[in-house]
Design a protein around this ligand. Sequence first.
Ligand code: SF4
Length: 315
Amino acid sequence: MNIAVSACLLGEKVRFDGGHKHDRFVTDELGKYASFVPFCPEAIAFGTPRPSIKLVNRDDNIAVVSNKDGSNLTQKLLDKSYEEIHRIADEKLDGIIFKSRSPSCGFGSAKAYLDNGFADSKTDGVFVSICREKFPLLPMEEEGRLQDAWLRENFVMQLFAYDSIEKLKESRPSMKELVDFHTRNKFLLQAKDEKLYRVLGNIVGNHENLSFDELFANYEHNFKVAISQKSSIKRNRNVLEHMAGFFKNELSSVEKESLHEQIDDYAKKIVPIITPLSTIKLYAKKYNTSYLLAQTFLEPYPKELALRSSLLSSK
Ligand code: SF4
């Protein structure tokens, strides 16, 4: 998969002071599964090193101002940001990771000041605002928020799910292949958004006799919206209970009790979600429950990323 990343997070010395902000999770963990498309609108606009800049809120418009001489650099940064976005848009992106708190790359975390120098609010950086407009359904996060285990797990899950539907689209699937895709994603979608899961089920039911292209575009849009939702302990618990129900005739009462205890312990934040999931996977293998084994919810991304092993990865 292709992920566009603020170049400074990849260790490139493009910051205003000639430094970088190398992020090991991005390069060493995600880097095993992704190709990176670096970008740095400020280095292109102003070179490196360069005087630092800040965002200033003027009559509800954000201006980009030089910290050195107060000059207005808004248009120059906007022009170069559009150039960068056109370049990265050619790369079939599956997601974008921004550097937090930057006037260009802050994803809701860039500080905006008043003309008198006081901090006013937090906002999107210039480059981020344009990315949100240009790629409304693309997974996007900033490195600061990715320190949070829950946001990290949700983002990585979204990245891999986004990549999966892009790959399906590229393969020019048949209706049957789309139905299979939906079936494999049933529990993942339920954990994200029960309502959209039902909408997607109706779309593949094709009660309106749409052409396949129309139907697929509709499915793709709703799928991408669904996977952008954050999971919750409550929804995950419902999914785990559904999955456990597949073994109601096979398990002894002790085994059932133990599995439900694990699910309860997960809901109480005593054990991470990987605990009941591993047990469900074990029983799915033991009783050859192919429907469950095919579910992306069991392994939505490579298990080596180990993002579900932390109590903090669920909220
Ligand atoms: S935060 Fe963005 S603009 Fe600033 S150095 Fe990093 S990539 Fe460049």
